[in-house]
Design a protein around this ligand. Structure first.
Ligand code: SF4
Length: 510
């Protein structure tokens, strides 16, 4: 149906036009679906304990997953390095999904190429696609490094990336000394955080080969699969305030948050390749996300023979620990400016904690983020009830249980590892909570259960600019507190908006 070019309508308005209403009505007739009574009856039943048991007995079906696939994380890691082009050996559709997923979160273009494998590659293997793809990518986009990952298709066929890249170099597709780190990223195991870890490790291994020498005295800081641009900037700000000589591995903050100056720059800053290569000579490494950097940290520890410290700088305690680790490893004192920031964060928490104390939360998302959010909430006396991590692991569950056991506020919390958001729906209906914290996909749970959603995590596609804020450090603590406490006030206002009926006290001040 034609749109009026003078007044282009968003789909929110467009689908309310009579022609669309008629179309939907006809569709319903054509489908000959169940009666409304039957739909309502089943919908009601799906809220019961009986249905919850059936839902949790589910083994081979995922509904509304709370995770992405491996190559998405791999291309995100690659984008943190200067002049690097993420290249995916596999089908175009997968790469379109990764790019749009990241673009919808950051509202920024995300460049990644694919070798466009189709049926012939599925039968004969993807070597020719790799040779042609590398030739074109190198000559068209002029990168300094190409980072290769795979989709399910290339993994099922069994494409050998190391051999293929070697063959492509022999065929003259790219120069012999051109860096092409690669990571096999099969999506039928792991998730986007596994892909991130695999690719980061591969890039560091490739660039640092033969570079081990004298100590450069620096500290490596690894943010992990962190989609809060503000967090990367916060880490750099803290290190600079302390006068710490550091290398951020890797820094994609400018790539996913570039200034609009009228020019498209495919490669926005990022960690310099020579700095990444020299990272093997650092004094020590701190990873700020244990569970998205397991293999990378193991590699740094075993191959670079470097001390690796894990940190989770969420809330006051987490930030205190991070600053003390950084201070100890670098020999630099914590400046008064950061102490003042700490005081301000503690003051803000003192002002607001009464509103959070005793509130019950459901939290879902990636392991490191969920761990940080839970730790922050418990500092305020809030109670995590359902902790759902689809891409969980035994190690994460052990860490999380340790955190829950560390305070009385964690006693009522249950960790639901490997479960999806349809499981979460059953949990919310059978054991309701006051608030939910997670990514945009929870909006359908909010609609169903009427439990308000506070958007913290990845992806957030239906609210703007949240990714620009920090969630870590003292400043991030204040941001988190602001989002959570104001969501509580909005809920109170929503429930007390009928004068002299639900609004008895005309309360303006909270
Ligand atoms: S799960 Fe596999 S097929 Fe699906 S988008 Fe990811 S890589 Fe492609």
């Amino acid at each position: 149906m034609p749109q009026n070019p003078e007044k282009i309508q968003d789909h929110v308005e467009l689908f309310h036009q009579p022609e669309y209403k008629e179309l939907f009505e006809r569709k319903r007739e054509f489908e000959k679906g169940h009666s409304q009574e039957e739909i309502d009856r089943v919908a009601e039943w799906t809220k019961s304990w009986e249905y919850r048991e059936k839902n949790f007995a589910r083994e081979t079906l995922t509904v509304n997953p709370a995770k992405g696939c491996q190559p998405l994380g791999a291309i995100y890691a690659a984008a943190g390095f200067e002049g690097t082009l993420p290249f995916v050996q596999g089908s175009q559709g997968c790469v379109a999904y990764f790019r749009t997923h990241l673009t919808r979160h950051f509202k920024e273009p995300f460049s990644a190429v694919s070798s466009s494998m189709t049926e012939d590659a599925a039968v004969f293997g993807g070597l020719n696609n790799m040779i042609d793809g590398l030739t074109n990518a190198y000559s068209l986009y002029k990168p300094k490094m190409i980072a290769v990952s795979t989709t399910c298709m290339a993994e099922v066929i069994g494409d050998d990336l190391g051999a293929f890249i070697g063959n492509a170099k022999n065929a003259g597709a790219i120069p012999e000394d051109f860096p092409v780190p690669f990571a096999h990223t099969p999506s039928f195991v792991g998730s986007h955080i596994t892909g991130y870890d695999n690719m980061l490790k591969s890039i560091l291994a490739n660039l640092s080969e033969g570079k081990k020498g004298k100590s450069n005295g620096k500290i490596n800081l690894i943010p992990g699969f962190d989609t809060y641009v503000g967090n990367l900037r916060e880490i750099k700000r803290i290190a600079e305030l302390m006068g710490v000589d550091y290398t951020l591995l890797a820094d994609n903050s400018d790539y996913v948050d570039s200034p609009n100056d009228g020019h498209f720059n495919m490669y926005q800053k990022g960690t310099k390749l020579e700095d990444a290569a020299d990272a093997c000579n650092a004094k020590a490494t701190i990873s700020l996300q244990k569970h998205s950097t397991l293999k990378t940290c193991d590699f740094i520890n075993k191959t670079w023979k470097q001390e690796v410290t894990l940190s989770s700088p969420w809330g006051i305690r987490g930030t205190d620990e991070f600053l003390m680790q950084l201070s100890e490893l670098s020999g630099k004192p914590i400046p008064a400016e950061l102490e003042e920031e700490r005081g301000r964060a503690v003051d803000a928490m003192t002002d607001s904690h009464a509103w959070l104390h005793g509130k019950r939360f459901a939290i879902y998302g990636d392991p490191d983020l969920v761990y940080g959010v839970t730790s922050f909430l418990m500092e305020l006396g809030a109670e995590p009830v359902h902790i759902l991590v689809h891409n969980s692991s035994k190690e994460f569950e052990k860490d999380m249980q340790g955190l829950l056991d560390s305070t009385e506020y964690g006693k009522g919390g249950t960790i639901w590892g490997g479960k999806d958001l349809w499981h979460m729906r059953s949990l919310l209906f059978t054991e309701p909570v006051d608030f939910m914290i997670g990514n945009s996909y929870g909006k359908y749970l909010e609609r169903d259960t009427k439990i308000p959603l506070i958007r913290i995590g990845y992806p957030i596609m239906d609210r703007h600019n949240l990714h620009r804020y920090s969630t870590i450090g003292y400043q991030g603590t204040i941001n988190l507190l602001t989002w959570v406490v104001n969501a509580i006030f909005e809920e109170i206002d929503r429930n007390t908006n009928i004068p002299s009926k639900t609004d008895i006290s005309f309360d303006l001040i909270r």
